[in-house]
Design a protein around this ligand. Sequence first.
Ligand code: QAP
Ligand code: CO
Length: 176
Amino acid sequence: MTKLSILEFPDPRLTTVAADVESFDESLQKLVRDMTETMYAAKGIGLAATQVNVHKRLLVLDISENQDQPRVYINPQILSSSGEQEYEEGCLSVPGIYANVKRAENILIKAQDSDGIDFEEELEGLHAVCVQHEMDHLIGRLFVDYLSPLKKNMVKKKLEKQRKVAAKEAEEHLAI
Ligand code: QAP
Ligand code: CO
């Protein structure tokens, strides 16, 4: 298995709109395994293909407490939604940043599994938030896009600063 690298905001590749998955072949199975491993290694609960620079409509998630219930949604579609909930979201592509986002409370979703078999699911709560967040990635949207332009710019600055500090620390480490 391969750990994939995760694109970070404001990388323009994160704004790419993904295309439908058409072949459910061995390379798709490997991508699902690699994405799941990458999500677990990064301590995430959800990951969309866009985040690993693969512009196909699939996402993986695991919202279980023991991180032992991986799920995959291929070519997901929301058939209906209702209600509203607000959740403090984060994102592996926006590390260290959290903000409240309002989304539907309940969704009815249709997707395919890794064999290309159609299924429908009714989701609520965190599971519904996670699928909506990951489906946004597939159309090039991030949770920070729901913030005001001012706040979004502050997020950009904070990430630049974090990366600068991390680079400097790595350099000092080498010098010792
Ligand atoms: C999306 O997010 C999500 O900043 C998945 O330093 C978020 O897995 C769905 C993470 C909230 C539902 C509710 C973020 C890990 C993971 C960070 C994630 C970080 C380390 C985020
Ligand atoms: Co995300």
